[in-house]
Design a binder for this molecule. Structure first.
Ligand SMILES: *Cc1c(COP(=O)(O)O)cnc(C)c1O
Length: 358
């Protein structure tokens, strides 16, 4: 078997999806399964579909193309590049948009292909990533969109917590609802979808919170694969936290001092490292590094292992306190968080293994 290896439990992803879809259904919210962390994995998209999602979303077109044969609606999350609109119309049923110039191009191409493309207009309610910021501009753009052929204005959406770290609240999501009502009144149209953000919006269905009535869609990635709600640092009851397990092989074990010897300048990544002197410790090196993982977003299944750091291709562990007597060639298991999963999935040096059971 090839190492390092990322084991992905498809039943756990399906299970997590079922749990979250079930919770959201109670609030009248449809779940869009966001698959971008996996680089558009066909297997993971299918696992989410098996868990009950009816739309799969991704930020990259390549990833949507990869899952084109799965019989589910596809949504493009990142605002389309004008240069890629031809493929957007071909491979996405829905896209998130904020620029009239782009939407006009989509219209032109959809009309030529005899298709109708669904547009969710993105509104920036404060996180300052994508979306229309000024209310006046929203009305101006809607007025133009509804004239366009080949375009169905499906609804409004927003994204929070990704750039500015702003959390979703009744207040900022409320803005989306009042905008929808105004647009429906002024233009005498119906907006069917209010897409109220990503996994961070799930904290509004937790105790003492309320998700504003009218929000009827959430686009969820993190919560489906990890079962976590990061805003409140909590775990959704009944979900699995360990659908992704990374297994790396030990290539060296030696007793060494805990402080490097000699004058210290920068490490390989330009930082000046600081080490606590804990005397002589037993250390292990695993054959994986920062090119494949993010050391701040993972922990070992063996709680007694301390991750000391790493370089591009080496992971340095302190195994002094372990009950297991590790040897060179043994494997160490890590549970990954979002950022580490993203890097491991993206690294061609990590062997991905899909588990159909367990
Ligand atoms: C990534 C992304 C999501 C999903 O985010 P999670 O926090 O993983 O649920 C939703 N919407 C947009 C626009 C995104 O880019």
């Amino acid at each position: 078997m090839k190492y390092p290896r990322l084991e992905i439990s498809l039943p756990k992803i399906t299970h997590n999806t079922k749990v979250v879809v079930g919770i959201c259904r109670k609030y009248g919210i449809e779940v869009v399964g966001v698959n971008k962390v996996s680089c558009g994995s066909f297997e993971i998209a299918q696992a989410m579909v098996n868990g009950g999602v009816e739309i799969i979303a991704d930020s990259r077109l390549e990833n949507l193309i990869n899952i084109k044969d799965i019989n589910v609606k596809k949504m493009l999350l990142r605002l389309p590049m004008i240069s890629a609109v031809e493929e957007v119309v071909e491979y996405a049923d829905i896209s998130l948009n904020s620029e009239l110039k782009t939407i006009k191009k989509i219209s032109e191409i959809a009309d030529r292909k005899g298709k109708v493309h669904n547009v969710v207009l993105m509104i920036d309610v404060g996180d300052l990533r994508e979306g229309i910021f000024k209310e006046d501009d929203v009305f101006k753009i809607v007025k133009e969109i509804i004239k366009l052929k080949g375009i169905n204005l499906l609804g409004l959406g927003t994204n929070l917590t990704c750039f500015g770290g702003v959390i979703p609240t009744e207040d900022n999501l409320g803005k989306l609802i009042s905008l929808k009502n105004k647009i429906e009144d002024i233009y005498n149209i119906k907006l069917n979808v209010l897409s109220g953000g990503n996994s961070s919006s799930l904290h509004l269905i937790q105790k003492g919170q309320q998700i504003p009535k009218g929000i009827n869609q959430l686009r969820l990635g993190t919560s489906l694969i990890l079962g976590t709600i990061e805003v409140t640092n909590s775990i959704i009851q009944g979900t699995h936290r360990d659908a992704f397990r990374l297994i790396a092989e030990i290539v060296e074990i030696k007793q060494k001092p805990s402080k490097p010897i000699g004058k210290i300048v920068n490490d390989a990544f330009g930082n000046i490292p600081v080490f606590k002197d804990r005397g002589i410790r037993k250390r292990a090196i695993c054959a994986i590094g920062k090119q494949d993982i993010d050391l701040n977003w993972m922990k070992s299944e063996d709680k007694d292992i301390i991750i000391l750091g790493g370089s591009s291709d080496h992971l340095i562990l302190d195994i002094t306190d372990c009950n297991t007597n590790y040897d060179v060639g043994d494997k160490i298991i890590f549970i990954l968080d979002y950022v580490a999963i993203l890097k491991a999935m993206t690294s061609q040096y990590v062997n991905k293994v899909y588990l159909q059971e367990g």
